[in-house]
Design a protein around this ligand. Structure first.
Ligand code: HGY
Ligand code: MN
Ligand code: MN
Length: 420
């Protein structure tokens, strides 16, 4: 399907990708930075052209509202996120926000007032790279993480998320605030797959069955500083040496547990990080994922004992950050997505999401579903991330068609077999 919307969607994606562009076609537009604010200005402008009213909330989420006939009815929300990893791609998050904007823009242009508000959303800090953990905006919206805990988190420069949020909001002094959270009728999110399945199957649209489970931790190994040239090896409490043993043991025991497990130590910070000083402290991240919650929980329970066993003379503190079980998206919505694809003559297939998304949290509050489009070789969280215009147009077309059903349905959630 290649209509004006697909041309507009692609042009906007490429324009948005200019904000925070890095060599190799990637994007560095991290949460609550001036870059993300610039992206907000651009997207708010496009929303205003379509007659959508911009709003934000205390958690720093962005909403673009198409007013419905019954303003008191729970709205339909659709979107994703505008923040990226430091070496992110042009499509992760942005494709979902802009496809949602395209669908609501076309709905508004149709001239028929929807039964309920239809709202484009961009969630705050989905990626969790500047402030960990990620998905702060959707967790706060769904009441899964308190604002005080979110505002207390600090980035690598010691800037608190709360201060960053207040500074960010100050860049939008006239943006109305909506109450945090509230009832939602249905949530939809389009996203690139960030995996190889759809491309390998030659299929332009994925109907996401659910998101695999995820646990993240922050681990602190504490030793004692010393002179690299004078302190005997037997006297040392070397935090880097202890970290190396912990990392090797964790990769051996958990990383090799079974083919479906994903175990990542992605961030390591050393203090004082000086070549001739025996390290006082090492903080490192753990990202653990598996589709089977029993395996995920068992592997997660091994982390602390394994680290303690390898720490030697150093101390270890393991802090759980995220514990998100595998979930299943709404079967009625998945069925509706399948029918919309069939009506448009677009091939679609079910698949599990290996990557995490805000939809996981919305699914705890309302019927939610995701539409995937392929990305080249499954590459994501890297500048080489790429999606084909035709696939994005196909996925956006399916999203728009399902939105149309949700916008004009007499009642939501949709019941199985609801006619269009
Ligand atoms: O980490 C994730 O799964 C997501 O892409 N932020
Ligand atoms: Mn994403
Ligand atoms: Mn991501």
């Amino acid at each position: 399907m290649a209509g004006p919307a697909s041309g507009r969607l692609w042009r906007r994606l490429m324009a948005l990708a200019e904000i925070g562009a890095i060599p190799g076609g990637g994007v560095d537009r991290q949460a609550l930075t001036a870059g993300e604010a610039e992206a907000w200005h651009l997207v708010i402008g496009w929303g205003r052209e379509a007659g959508l009213a911009p709003q934000t909330d205390e958690a720093g989420n962005l909403f673009l509202v198409l007013a419905g006939r019954d303003r008191a009815a729970p709205p339909v929300l659709l979107g994703s996120h505008l923040d990226t990893q430091p070496t992110g791609g042009r499509f992760d998050g942005a494709a979902g926000v802009l496809a949602a904007l395209d669908a609501v823009t076309d709905l508004a242009a149709g001239g028929r007032v929807p039964e309920r508000d239809c709202i484009v959303v961009a969630w705050m800090n989905e990626e969790g790279s500047r402030f960990a953990p990620g998905m702060m905006g959707s967790e706060a919206f769904c009441g899964l993480r308190g604002l005080a805990a979110i505002r207390a988190v600090r980035d690598a420069d010691g800037i608190g998320a709360g201060d960053a949020l207040d500074r960010f909001h100050a860049w939008f002094p006239d943006l109305p605030r909506r109450p945090l959270g509230g009832p939602v009728a249905t949530y939809l999110e389009l996203h690139i797959e960030q995996g190889p399945v759809l491309e390998a199957a030659g299929c332009p649209v994925g109907i996401v069955t659910g998101i695999q489970g995820k646990k993240t931790f922050s681990v602190c190994v504490s030793g004692v500083e010393g002179h690299a040239g004078t302190l005997a090896m037997s006297e040392r409490r070397d935090a880097v040496a202890a970290f190396a043993r912990c990392a090797a043991a964790l990769h051996g025991a958990i990383g090799g547990l079974d083919p479906a497990i994903k175990f990542t130590i992605g961030r390591v910070t050393v203090a004082p990080n000086a070549p001739s000083v025996i390290a006082r402290e090492v903080r490192f991240s753990i990202d653990l994922r598996h589709p089977d919650n029993t395996v995920l929980n068992a592997a997660g329970a091994w982390i602390e004992p394994l680290c303690r066993a390898e720490a030697g003379p150093c101390a270890v503190a393991v802090t759980p950050l995220v514990a998100a079980p595998s979930n299943a998206f709404d079967p009625v919505l998945r069925d509706r997505i399948a029918r919309a694809a069939a009506e448009l003559g677009i091939r679609a297939m079910p698949l599990l999401s290996a990557a995490g998304h805000d939809a996981r949290h919305l699914a705890s509050s309302c019927p939610s579903a995701m539409i995937f489009v392929p990305c080249r070789a499954g590459i994501s969280h890297a500048p080489a991330e790429w999606a084909e215009p035709a696939d994005l147009a196909a996925g956006a077309g399916v999203l728009a068609r399902v939105l149309h059903d949700l916008a004009f349905a007499d009642a939501l959630p949709l019941a199985r077999g609801d006619a269009r």
